[in-house]
Write a new protein. Structure first.
Length: 137
């Protein structure tokens, strides 16, 4: 299994981040990376002395226009690994979090977003056959 990239969008959650990172740090394996996308938080994220940690900051803009998805996407662009986990800074993972993530990622392929289904003729169905309204969640 290759490493996992853990992406954490960050703004004003320094105390919670310390707890989250202390749990993540003991679960890291060689090749894993933690990417904190710091949205110019006034509190900063602090230091941890961990080589697996990378801090990324988007360009500072006025007015402040970044949204959570923009920060996540910046983390994904920065990631070196194909397996990516996105956490909030106050989401403290359980003791088996990365172990379980490795079981899911290797050798699975994960998809997110809308799924289009094909019928037997190869034509795209307009509705998701599993849901009455056709909207995937």
């Amino acid at each position: 299994m290759r490493g996992i990239s853990i992406i954490v969008p960050f703004y004003k959650k320094k105390a919670a981040w310390k707890k989250t990172f202390s749990e993540l740090k003991i679960q890291l394996s060689p090749g894993d990376e933690v990417i904190v996308v710091d949205d110019h938080s006034p509190s900063g994220i602090g230091t941890c002395g961990c080589q697996a940690l990378t801090i990324v900051r988007p360009p500072k803009r006025e007015p402040h226009i970044y949204r959570l998805n923009t920060l996540r996407n910046l983390g994904i662009k920065t990631a070196k690994n194909d397996a990516i986990v996105i956490l909030d800074p106050d989401c403290i993972p359980n003791k088996n979090f990365l172990h379980n993530a490795r079981r899911i990622f290797d050798p699975s392929v994960l998809f997110a977003g809308r799924i289009d289904y094909l019928n037997e003729d190869g034509d795209m169905l307009k509705l998701d056959p599993r849901r009455a309204g056709g909207n995937s969640r």
